[in-house]
Design a protein. Structure first.
Length: 164
């Protein structure tokens, strides 16, 4: 009789532990997918901000070319994509800022007035990461979570480089 009650206890504990392990594995799947999407967006924003910074030449046309450079990187036959290269990156915001010794947070603008002073480009890309198991914890049963990434590049007379 004593052995039989232990077997029942082991069965109950095993079921509880398996449920917890499956729950953690499910959370790991959604969180891991979000990290992959974040990494893909980060690679895109790094390349897009560098490409946009290379277009800055102190003119209005340089700002215009820099504004559309990220969209060119996200379209066409060699476009950078997210979700393992299957979905196009469509939510892209490009802004510009002045730089004295540090970036002036108040000077970030999408359409600057005097382009000669703007040497920083920030590209922000967002994507809706689909949720499978974390959907339970989202309000109103939302089936996605927004993942965002940003990069800032600076244009110097010699080169363009990532700033942040």
């Amino acid at each position: 009789m004593k052995c039989r009650s232990r077997n029942g206890f082991v069965l109950i504990v095993t079921c509880i532990v398996l449920t917890l392990l499956l729950g953690f594995a499910a959370l790991g799947i959604d969180i891991g997918r979000m990290y992959v999407i974040k990494s893909e967006l980060q690679a895109f924003t790094d390349a897009a901000s560098l490409g946009a910074a290379l277009e800055l030449d102190g003119t209005d046309s340089g700002i215009a070319r820099a504004r559309i450079a990220p969209a060119h990187l996200a379209s066409g036959p060699t476009a950078m994509k997210w979700d393992m290269g299957t979905r196009p990156i469509t939510e892209i915001v490009t802004t510009f800022a002045k730089l004295e010794t540090t970036p002036d947070p108040r000077s970030w603008q999408a359409a600057p007035d005097s382009p000669g002073d703007y040497r920083l480009v920030r590209v922000v890309a967002t994507a809706p990461a689909p949720l499978i198991f974390l959907r339970v914890f989202r309000p109103l049963g939302a089936d996605f979570s927004t993942v965002a990434s940003s990069s800032v590049a600076i244009k110097t007379p010699e080169q363009a480089r990532l700033f942040e």
